[in-house]
Design a binder for this molecule. Structure first.
Ligand code: PHE
Ligand code: ZN
Length: 850
């Protein structure tokens, strides 16, 4: 059965479920090797289904007994579950199964993580717990009894009863099985309460291992801020008496929105100033919010099927982005999101793994928790909001909650509420959900006798399985500037591109005006802009849209780096002067200046070189980045020490945006300063830092100038007892190793006693560290490829999901020269040829191989 060719599932084949579930009773008798799960489920035929027959999903279960209406039955085992004859009307199914949590290293279903029981059921993990129609359009209230001697026994919903060796929970809100959760262990909680807007008191708790209590405050506080924000902005109130968050050491993703019992990767919840960076604090705040927001966008309204994943994820990411923008700085958040989108999603869209925001088929759904579904999915919501306007957006959302509460909904349902609220036809907009690939907009300008003509032409590239695409509905925020005064002409205009080509003509200019397109990154598109360097320098000085001002700096830096990496001239004086002007401009937010200073990644430069039609040489890109840093340091030298000193934060550590922004800027400056002072300032900061942000940044600066050995050793001896901190130690020394040493460093680290590779965070620290050192990973001998392939094969046997995610490191292989392509292909083939390879990794390798 295991060897059967993996089945491809198609959106077009969706059929309503044959049966609906009225209620579910589960009893767990916990045991590390033999947990018994007894289920009593009330089924009734679905009037909307033509399906006959009764099937339940199940995977890796030992069926002990099964009954229908109290009579023993003998089900037929099939590939993904069982089939059994069932009555034509309502009936009760009862089953006893046995499962082995201790052996479960896939971290799906019920598993043990450092002695603690926990579950992960999205997308299809519930079928590893008991037989069930494991699909999101089957929703039911759950009652759960947990029997165990462990002190803390949690499940979804409200606590009904607690007694000697058991608890009983009831979740009144009908939910799909993927939102089921159970946790049991020796846990302690840090708690608080929240009063909802209608005056109900909710008990909030963060559950952790003893000793981690001091790392819970920030998450708890983030939860309260999220609850308040969702009431204020979306009018959404929480709907149970309890909200629990649990920190788990072994977890494949960031966190999971199980109803009333969110389960988090420990790295996405635990933090303290000594052990966590400002970026960790911001990420934790955002993930706590994201999971909380799912209570309405995901749980109360869920997805009809897994093709609709972006319905909950795109919207919830958009909501957490709005939240972060409100808690911190909106312009900074917009830039951070654009950086992420371009680095990861544009790359996905440009390669063999490109797929629509709503895919039309898949082999393994776990492979579709992607940046396209999440981050591009969020951009689509932002575009809708811009197209209909803020007021109509919130009207549409109210309508969505009103019309679909309790539903398992589709993207069609979602778009319909916008069409109804805005009274517009959005069928062209739907293409954003079905056409993969990043639209490209080519810009041409002409200026004749006072008339300026701007021509915009859109095209969507071919992607695997999709060619000849239709023009999209693209909202582009646009402004024209007077080159003499530096002032904007009139108001911003929102251009709605719907045709392949448009012309915008303005008259009566003395000189050619300067164009600023896609302000605020209003659409996730590539602007193929041939604009000259002096237009960008103009925008750098005059643009009032903070995104496009940053964009001007970014594109100048990108050009300088691509030129340096391909044997051209480096950055011009004018550009360095302009940049310097921004850095010393105290009217600008330090967090914003930090972003101006931050270089594009080597990945981004490699892609840019490839877009110009050449194979990037990773070592040259790496050297170019280094050269640019050196030039910047030299050029900014007169201001650097003073600026650095001026940005120091005094007093008690606060993770809030203002202080974090100063630290981000100071630490960017420190990297440059270290090239001038041989690391003196960085060493001093490393020694004196009272927080992880400054300590890690100092370590990074030292590693970049090859002066990090001593600090690394100190760091290890200070933190060897803390798994999360040690993940940073693992990652940073690989990602900042000199290219020729990167693979060796990574390999040596995997030989350490504490390299627990079945822990996804630790595995990612090493593999992610290597991949983020492109010149090291793409070592011309192919050693990096072989190293990664070895580990993917090894991990796949235990944890296919994390192995498959990590394999995306190979998705850019066609960018590189023929020799490297051959080396990578050989590894892809070796992986594919491995006996017993998982469905997850097989699908990824097949798609990447192309
Ligand atoms: N649904 C989770 C989120 O986005 C992510 C997740 C998916 C976690 C699959 C685990 C497994 O918040
Ligand atoms: Zn989510």
């Amino acid at each position: 059965m295991k060897d059967a060719a993996p089945q491809r599932i198609h959106l077009a084949d969706y059929r309503p479920p044959s049966h609906l579930v009225e209620d579910v009773h589960l009893t767990f008798q916990l045991d590390p090797k033999a947990t018994r799960v007894t289920s009593r489920i009330r089924f009734k035929p679905n009037p909307d289904s033509e399906e006959t027959g009764f099937r339940l999903h199940g995977e890796g279960l030992t069926l002990i007994s099964a009954k229908i209406d109290g009579t023993r039955v003998d089900p037929e085992m099939v590939e993904d579950g069982l089939v059994v004859a069932a009555p034509n009307d309502a009936f009760t199914w009862e089953a006893v199964v046995e499962i082995n949590p201790e052996d479960n290293k896939a971290l799906e279903g019920l598993y043990l993580s450092n002695g603690m029981y926990c579950t992960q059921c999205e997308a299809q993990g519930f079928r590893r717990i008991t037989y069930y129609p494991d699909r999101p359009d089957v929703m039911a209230p759950f009652t759960v009894r947990i029997e165990s001697d462990l002190p803390v026994l949690l499940s979804n919903g409200n606590l009904k009863e607690r007694g000697e060796g058991f608890t009983e929970w009831h979740d009144p809100w009908p939910k799909p099985a993927y939102l089921f959760a159970l946790v049991a262990g020796e846990l302690v909680d840090v708690h608080d309460t929240f009063i909802t807007k209608s005056g109900r008191e909710v008990q909030l708790a963060v559950w952790v291992r003893k000793g981690d209590e001091h790392k819970c405050g920030w998450a708890l506080n983030s939860l309260k801020k999220s609850m308040k924000w969702d009431e204020d902005i979306y009018g959404r109130e929480y709907d149970l008496d309890i909200f629990n968050i649990v920190a788990v050491d072994d977890f494949n993703m960031g966190a999971m929105e199980n109803k009333g019992l969110n389960i988090f990767n420990a790295s996405a919840v635990l933090c303290s100033p000594e052990t966590s960076t400002d970026a960790d604090f911001e990420r934790i705040e955002a993930i706590v919010a994201h999971e909380y927001f799912h209570n309405w966008t995901g749980n109360r309204i869920t997805c009809r099927d897994w093709f609709q994943l972006c319905l909950k994820e795109g919207l919830t990411v958009f909501r957490d982005q709005q939240f972060t923008a409100d808690m911190r700085s909106a312009p900074v958040k917009r830039i951070e999101d654009a950086i992420l989108l371009r680095a990861r999603q544009f790359r996905e869209d440009a390669g063999p793994l490109a797929h629509p925001v709503r895919p039309e088929s898949f082999v393994e759904i776990n492979n579709f928790y992607t940046v396209t579904v999440y981050e591009k999915g969020a951009e689509l919501i932002g575009m809708l909001k811009r197209i209909v306007g803020d007021e109509t957006y919130y009207k549409a959302l109210d309508l969505y909650f009103e019309r679909h509460d309790g539903d398992a909904a589709t993207i069609e349902d979602w778009i319909k509420v916008f069409e109804d609220a805005a009274d517009r036809d959005l069928s062209q907009f739907m293409l954003w959900y079905s056409q993969a690939g990043t639209p490209k907009i080519t810009v041409t300008e002409t200026f004749e006798e006072g008339t300026h003509t701007l021509v915009l032409e859109q095209s969507v590239p071919d992607t695997p399985g999709q060619a000849d695409k239709k023009p999209m509905h693209i909202p582009l925020l646009f402004a024209l500037f007077d080159p003499d005064t530096g002032q904007q002409f009139g108001e911003d205009v929102l251009l709605e591109l719907t045709e392949p080509r448009i012309e915008i003509r303005t008259r009566g200019h003395d000189r050619k005006p300067v164009v600023s397109l896609n302000r605020d990154f209003s659409a996730p598109v590539i602007i193929d802009d041939t604009s000259r360097t002096d237009d960008r320098l103009f925008l750098l000085a005059n643009e009032t849209d903070s995104f496009n001002r940053w964009e001007a700096a970014r594109s100048l830096t990108r050009d300088a780096l691509t030129a340096l990496a391909t044997g051209g001239l480096g950055p011009g004086e004018e550009y360095l002067d302009a940049l310097n002007g921004l850095l010393v401009d105290d009217s600008l937010d330090p967090a914003y200046r930090a972003l101006i200073l931050r270089q594009p990644s080597e990945e981004e430069i490699a892609q840019a070189i490839f877009d110009y039609g050449r194979h990037p040489e990773p070592l040259s890109v790496n050297r170019a980045a280094d050269t640019l840093r050196a030039r910047m340091a030299a050029h900014f030298e007169p201001d650097l020490p003073r600026l650095f000193r001026g940005m120091q934060v005094h007093g008690a550590y606060s993770p809030e945006a203002a202080d974090a922004g100063r630290r981000a800027f100071a630490n960017g400056l420190l990297t440059l300063l270290s090239r001038l002072d041989g690391g003196t300032a960085a060493r001093a900061q490393f020694d004196q830092a009272d927080n992880m942000t400054n300590r890690l940044a100092a370590l990074g600066s030292l590693l970049q100038i090859d002066e990090g050995a001593e600090a690394l050793a100190r760091f290890e001896s200070d933190w060897k007892h803390d798994r999360l901190v040690m993940n940073k130690w693992y990652a940073i020394q690989i990602s900042l190793a000199p290219p020729e040493a990167a693979v060796g460093t990574a390999r040596a680290l995997t030989e350490r006693e504490d390299f627990d590779w079945t822990n996804p965070n630790r595995f990612r620290a090493v593999m992610g560290g290597l991949v983020s050192n492109p010149a090291g990973f793409h070592d011309a001998t192919g050693a990096g490829y072989e190293f990664l392939a070895d580990w993917l094969i090894r991990l796949d046997e235990k944890n296919p999901q994390t192995a498959a995610r990590t394999s995306t490191a190979f998705e850019t292989w066609k960018r590189y020269d023929p020799k490297r392509q051959d080396l990578i292909k050989a590894q892809l083939d070796r992986i594919l040829g491995t006996e017993g390879l998982s469905r997850d990794l097989t699908e990824m390798m097949t798609r990447i191989r192309g």
